[in-house]
Design a protein around this ligand. Structure first.
Ligand SMILES: [Fe+2]
Ligand SMILES: [Fe+2]
Length: 314
C-alpha cells in the first residue's frame, strides 16, 4: 500500500496525541509488521508457556495446589487466544501464525525452554517469570495499538494472580522443612538469570527499541524494565528468606537502585537460536497438539459450511 500523505499525517497525529490506533485506522506497513510480530510472539509465549507447568499438574502435592495450577495454566491458554485475536485485527491469519510457530519461523519467550525439575519451580515461575512478565506488560496497557493495549489490561490482572499464587506457594514451602527450603533455593538459583534475560538484550544491542518507542508500542527500554524488576524482587527475596545467585547484587545508594552482575548474553543467544535445554521438545509437543486437533478444526469448518448452505437455501 503506498503511503497517502494525509493518512500518514493522521497516523502520526494519533501517536503524538497519545491516542490509540484502532483496527479501522490506516497504519504504516512497518508499524503493522512490528505489531503483528510482537503480538504473535507474545501469543506463542502464552501457549508454549503452558508446557513447563503442565509437567506438574498431575503431580501437584494437594488438591488445592492442583486446582490453582490448573486455573493458572488455563489462564495462559486464554491469554494466547486473546492475543491471536488481537493479531487478526491487523490482518494476520491465525493458522499462519501457528504454522510459523511450529516450523520455528517465529519465536516465543526463551524462558519457556528451561525444564521444570521440582515442584518449587511452579512457585518460582509464578513469582519471577510471571513477575517479569508483569513488569514488561503493565506499560503495554498504554501501548499505541488499541486491541493490544486493552488485552494487556485483562492479562495483567490475571498475571498478578499468577505471581501471588507463586509467592504464596514459596512462602508455604519456606515455612516447611529444611529440604523444602533447599528445594526453593535451588529453584531460585536456576531461574534468576533466565528471568533477567526475559527483558531482552541490553539497550545497546536492541535495534528495534528506538522505533518501537517512537511508535509508542513500547514505553520503556529493556534495561529500564530489567532494573525495575531487580529492584522489586530483592526485597521480596529477603522477605522470603532466599538469595539470588549473584555476588555483585547490592544496593547502590547513589543510583537509588540495586547493582547486579553481568548477564551471560551468550546463553540467551544460544537459547533463542534454538539450542536451549527444551526448545526441540516444546515445539515438537506444540506441533503434535496442533496435528492431533486437525479433526476438530475440520469438523468445525464442515459444520459452519453446512449451516451457511442451509441458510442460503432457506
Ligand atoms: Fe499469561
Ligand atoms: Fe501468567
Amino acid at each position: 500500500m503506498s503511503e497517502d500523505p494525509a493518512l500518514l499525517a493522521h497516523f502520526e497525529a494519533t501517536i503524538a496525541a497519545d491516542q490509540r490506533v484502532e483496527p479501522r485506522d490506516w497504519v504504516p506497513e512497518g508499524y503493522r509488521r512490528t505489531m503483528v510480530r510482537q503480538i504473535a510472539q507474545h501469543a506463542h509465549s502464552e501457549i508454549i508457556g503452558m508446557q513447563p507447568e503442565d509437567n506438574w499438574i498431575t503431580r501437584a502435592p494437594s488438591l488445592r495446589r492442583k486446582a490453582i495450577l490448573l486455573a493458572k495454566v488455563q489462564d495462559e491458554a486464554g491469554h494466547g487466544l486473546y492475543l491471536y485475536s488481537a493479531a487478526e485485527t491487523l490482518g494476520a491469519d491465525r493458522a499462519e501464525l501457528t504454522e510459523m510457530l511450529v516450523t520455528g519461523r517465529q519465536k516465543y519467550s526463551s524462558i519457556f525452554n528451561y525444564p521444570t525439575l521440582s515442584f518449587a519451580d511452579v512457585g518460582v515461575i509464578g513469582w519471577l517469570v510471571d513477575g517479569a512478565a508483569i513488569c514488561n506488560q503493565v506499560p503495554l496497557c498504554r501501548s499505541s495499538y488499541g486491541p493490544y493495549a486493552r488485552a494487556m489490561i485483562r492479562v495483567c490482572k490475571e498475571e498478578s494472580f499468577h505471581q501471588r499464587q507463586g509467592y504464596e506457594l514459596l512462602m508455604t514451602m519456606m515455612s516447611g522443612s529444611d529440604a523444602q527450603r533447599e528445594m526453593v533455593q535451588e529453584s531460585v538459583n536456576r531461574w534468576w538469570w533466565p528471568s533477567l534475560m526475559m527483558f531482552g538484550p541490553p539497550d545497546g544491542d536492541s535495534p528495534n527499541t528506538a522505533q518501537s518507542m517512537a511508535w509508542k508500542i513500547k514505553r520503556h527500554t529493556n534495561d529500564e524494565l530489567r532494573q525495575r524488576f531487580v529492584d522489586m524482587s530483592v526485597p521480596q527475596a529477603e522477605k522470603l528468606g532466599v538469595s539470588f545467585p549473584d555476588p555483585d547484587l547490592r544496593w547502590n545508594a547513589e543510583r537509588g537502585h540495586y547493582d547486579f552482575g553481568a548477564i551471560d548474553w551468550s546463553e540467551l543467544k544460544r537459547v533463542i537460536s534454538g539450542n536451549g535445554p527444551c526448545n526441540a521438545q516444546r515445539v515438537a509437543h506444540r506441533r503434535k497438539a496442533h496435528e492431533d486437533g486437525a479433526w476438530v478444526r475440520d469438523a468445525a469448518a464442515a459444520h459452519a459450511a453446512k449451516h451457511a448452505r442451509r441458510e442460503a437455501a432457506a
